[in-house]
Design a protein around this ligand. Structure first.
Ligand SMILES: Nc1nc2c(c(=O)[nH]1)N[C@H]1C(S)=C(S)[C@@H](COP(=O)(O)OP(=O)(O)OC[C@H]3O[C@@H](n4cnc5c(N)ncnc54)[C@H](O)[C@@H]3O)O[C@H]1N2
Ligand code: MOO
Length: 419
């Protein structure tokens, strides 16, 4: 390519090569959902620890009921009960049954449970001394949950890299685990570069604009599992920028700036990263987001994104998000890709790969259709706010014609979602 742009996948591989999972910390179970476990986690006891009833009813010996039917009912004597906090210590012998509640341990000798609804009470209140009648046979194991059904003592119930669902947090609680080892949130320094920028609570003067990127990037850091730290706005002066860059590189696991990344008179980022560290790439074949510098400052990864707001956000999506997720311990998997019929022609004006902000939906016939925003101007954030996908137009000169099936990156769905 004339401009010497790096193919996106190559740039992504370089970034990923230079980031590593953060140190492990422990978080309480209820805060661990959505995070990948950093180690295999084993249960200290059988789950469940004892065979128990799956129904409220009577624990019986299936062989006692082998011939039971409506015509030849079988009567058993209730010799005890099992309820929350009350365990029957005896054994169920021939002709006997024990009244039992869901979850209570199976008494010795019993091998099946018959639910209340199909048992007739002949005498008494159903507890000790009562007589109950059965009109159907029972099979060994009916309504019994075996000990260790979920896992045996010492067995891993969660594996390193597995993302915890809320149910998994409950499973770990059953296994006696109260805190989950996870890779801590990477601390991500965010800085905005540009003399024209003012804080969002300020009414901009002539030639000034509000700093929108830092809010978008701080939010993106949180969404990617990182802990953002805002360093402020640096004017277009080498000293101001390098002081902020160095402070952030010193204190953070990853640094992201926006602005000053291109070829203008005040675009210092690439030069400063080179001066203070090492530049690994500085142009990516992507629109929006071509002007992207990546390098290391004192061994801290530094990503200098374009100042144009949509370019900064798409640059984050493609390069920072995978890196932060890797640091958090997630498997490196892409956002889901889905093909849809494009409703209009897609023209290419440059050879770099396009990621057009677009909306994917189903038409009345149920077919997936994608419509790109009318303006793909990199200054616009609203089109990204409203997009649920990025329509990918490959590197090269060819666009798409209306009716083509086109690839769409689902930015509204988590990585690895099966569609
Ligand atoms: N001669 C060339 N000019 C430009 C090229 C090029 O290759 N050659 N690339 C263009 C592309 S593509 C992009 S994208 C931009 C990238 O520019 P910079 O990263 O240097 O960004 P700035 O010039 O600082 O700002 C661009 C634009 O974005 C606004 N901005 C910057 N920071 C913020 C912020 N925090 N919040 C809101 N808006 C922000 C800034 O005011 C400018 O309007 O360069 C093209 N030019
Ligand atoms: O690539 Mo710029 O990043 O087009 O807006």
């Amino acid at each position: 390519m004339a401009e010497n742009l790096m193919v996106l996948e190559e740039a992504q591989a370089i970034v990923l090569e230079h980031v590593h999972p953060t140190p492990v910390v422990e978080v309480p179970l209820h805060l661990a959902a959505g995070l990948p476990a950093a180690a295999d986690l084993a249960t200290d006891i059988d789950l469940s620890p004892f065979a128990n009833s799956a129904m409220d009813g009577y624990a019986v010996r299936a062989c006692d009921l082998a011939d039971a039917s409506a015509d030849f009912p079988v009567e058993l004597v209730v010799i005890g009960h099992e309820a929350a906090g009350h365990v029957f210590e005896g054994a169920v012998e021939e002709g006997c049954a024990v009244r039992i509640m869901t979850g209570a341990p199976m008494p010795a000798g019993a091998d099946a449970v018959v639910k209340y609804e199909i048992v007739e009470l002949m005498e008494g209140d159903g507890n000790e001394g009562s007589t109950v009648r059965f009109t159907a046979s029972a099979q060994v194991g009916d309504n019994v949950r075996e000990a260790g059904l979920e896992a045996r003592a010492g067995e891993a119930v969660m594996h390193a890299g597995e993302v915890l669902a809320p149910a998994g947090c409950g499973l770990l609680a059953s296994a006696g685990i109260t805190a989950v080892p996870v890779h801590r949130a990477p601390v991500v320094g965010v800085l905005s570069i540009g003399t024209e920028l003012v804080a969002p609570d300020t009414v901009p003067g002539r030639g000034q604009i509000r700093d929108a990127n830092s809010s978008a990037l701080l939010a993106s850091v949180v969404a990617a599992g990182g802990e953002p730290r805002f360093y402020g706005i640096a004017g277009d002066s080498e000293d101001e920028i390098s002081n902020m860059m160095l402070a952030a590189a010193e204190e953070c696991d990853f640094v992201i700036s926006s602005g000053g990344a291109s070829a203008g008179d005040y675009d210092y980022v690439t030069r400063l990263v080179r001066r203070e560290g090492r530049v690994l790439f500085d142009r990516v074949s992507m629109r929006p987001g071509k002007a992207i510098t990546f390098g290391l400052i004192r061994n801290t990864p530094y990503l200098g994104l374009s100042g144009n707001p949509a370019a900064a956000c798409v640059g984050f999506e493609m390069l920072a998000r995978p890196a932060l997720r890797k640091m958090r311990g997630y498997a490196v998997v892409p956002r889901p890709l889905q093909y849809a019929r494009v409703a209009h022609n897609v023209r290419k004006t440059q050879a770099r790969r396009f990621y057009d902000r677009a909306v994917l939906s189903r038409d009345e016939g149920g077919e997936l259709v994608v419509v790109a925003a009318k303006s793909q101007n990199s200054a616009l954030l609203g089109t990204l706010q409203n997009a649920n996908c990025l329509l990918m137009v490959p590197d090269g000169d060819a666009g798409f014609s209306a009716g083509d099936m086109v690839p769409c990156v689902r930015i509204d769905l988590p990585e690895g979602t099966v569609l």
